[in-house]
Design a protein around this ligand. Structure first.
Ligand code: PSV
Ligand code: MN
Length: 386
């Protein structure tokens, strides 16, 4: 295979998972601006996700968030997805929206609240069994706002105990993906604040526990690609929650704020063998003011563009420059790849996949947006909490 053919082949097999919640209404704590045509059920979210896959060809799975996507029959939901050409991806737990969780969930000082939280996580594994999902994605809003509020170390013990209970329940081909975030909603101490804490818990749990890197969950200036390289090196990178940020956890479209960072991250994925490892490329975004489906298509394309550039890095030339200590040449090799316009290459890839080379234009011409605005009248639109 020529080098270009290998790049194209990798781009064709890349899979970007879209989040069910990105298809629903969302907003800030100030205001949620509802949009016409937004799904009213998990089934309609899957209809929209199927459109993203239809036009991009690389978004075959959809992450669910429980209880936002709670249905009576998960097997039926999974069958519905398959009929539309997509599959259920990661099951995301939610232990942050009940009154009981004011002081935390799995780290709460009260054992009864911890039992309730673990019960929810086990329910998520049941949903994985019913839908064929392989990944349980855990993010905990647990933490404290004031020094002395609770015992930092004791909370780690409670976390470890809860994780171990859930880990035990996982099937052989199921994984636990643990996500970290340095602040929010807790402002003094977060119980899983960084990759080191997530890594330490995952290491103790075993091979089926891996870390998720949400690109919006770091302090400004953090070298995320170093974290990616390190986790891959240790076999502990489970996946990404891609999004972009200017300030904090902004959840904007991936590649919008800092495409160069996304490229650097994807380069470390390529360099570290992340394509052959089971790294899940998930989006975790909210489209508060822009049209949702086109924004998700754009996001998938942004990931593809960063990936294509990462694949184009001339690794032999880079290795030679690095070995000879040629700082400027090494940097130039990387920048050459980054500065390549990969859009023609991606158009070719899409044509070879039998797709329209311009996914956004094709989506707009399909009339789907007008159709759902006309049809999805009445009922309650999906949003956080629904
Ligand atoms: C938390 O900020 C987070 O990144 C977690 O992944 C949650 O599941 C998700 O956002 C909710 O949108
Ligand atoms: Mn996330």
């Amino acid at each position: 295979m020529t080098e270009l053919a290998a790049v194209k082949a990798a781009l064709k097999t890349q899979a970007v998972e879209t989040p069910s919640w990105a298809y629903g209404n969302s907003g800030t704590r100030f205001k949620v601006f509802a949009q016409a045509g937004v799904p009213r059920s998990p089934f309609e979210k899957l209809d929209d996700a199927a459109k993203v896959h239809e036009f991009t060809g690389v978004a075959p799975t959809v992450a669910l968030h429980i209880p936002w996507d709670r249905v009576d029959d998960y097997t039926a939901l999974a069958e519905y997805a398959e009929k539309r050409g997509v599959r259920v991806g990661a099951i995301n737990s939610n232990t942050f929206q009940d009154d009981d969780y004011k002081l935390g969930s799995v780290c709460h000082p009260d054992p009864a609240v911890r039992r309730k939280a673990v019960g929810h996580l086990l329910e998520c594994v049941d949903i994985m069994d019913a839908t064929g999902s392989k990944d349980l994605k855990l993010w905990f809003a647990d933490g404290t706002n004031y020094p002395g509020q609770d015992d930092l170390r004791g909370r780690q013990d409670r976390l470890a105990e809860a994780l171990a209970q859930v880990y035990e329940r996982l099937g052989d081909d199921q994984r636990m993906l643990l996500e970290y975030k340095f602040f929010e909603p807790a402002f003094y101490a977060t119980d899983v604040p960084d990759w080191g804490t997530a890594y330490a818990h995952c290491l103790k749990l075993g091979d089926k526990a891996q870390v998720v890197v949400d690109t919006g969950h770091h302090a400004p200036g953090t070298n995320i690609e170093f974290i990616v390289a390190t986790l891959l090196r240790e076999g502990k990178l489970g996946g990404f929650d891609f999004n972009s940020r200017f300030y904090a956890d902004d959840d904007l479209m991936v590649g919008a704020a800092d495409p160069f960072q996304l490229f650097r991250i994807m380069y470390e994925v390529v360099r570290g063998g992340g394509f052959s490892a089971d790294v899940a490329f998930m989006l975790d975004q909210c489209h508060n003011i822009e049209a949702k489906i086109p924004a998700i298509i754009r996001s998938v394309m942004n990931v593809q563009e960063a990936t294509a550039k990462a694949l184009l890095v001339d690794r032999d030339a880079l290795a030679a420059a690095q070995a000879s200590g040629d700082v400027l040449e090494a940097n130039a090799v990387v920048m050459d790849a980054y500065n390549t316009d990969v859009r023609p290459l991606l158009r070719e890839v899409r044509e070879e996949m039998g797709l329209d080379p311009e996914p956004l234009k094709a989506y707009r011409a399909s009339g789907w947006a007008e159709k759902v605005v006309a049809e999805r009248v009445g009922g309650e639109q999906a949003g956080w909490g629904a």
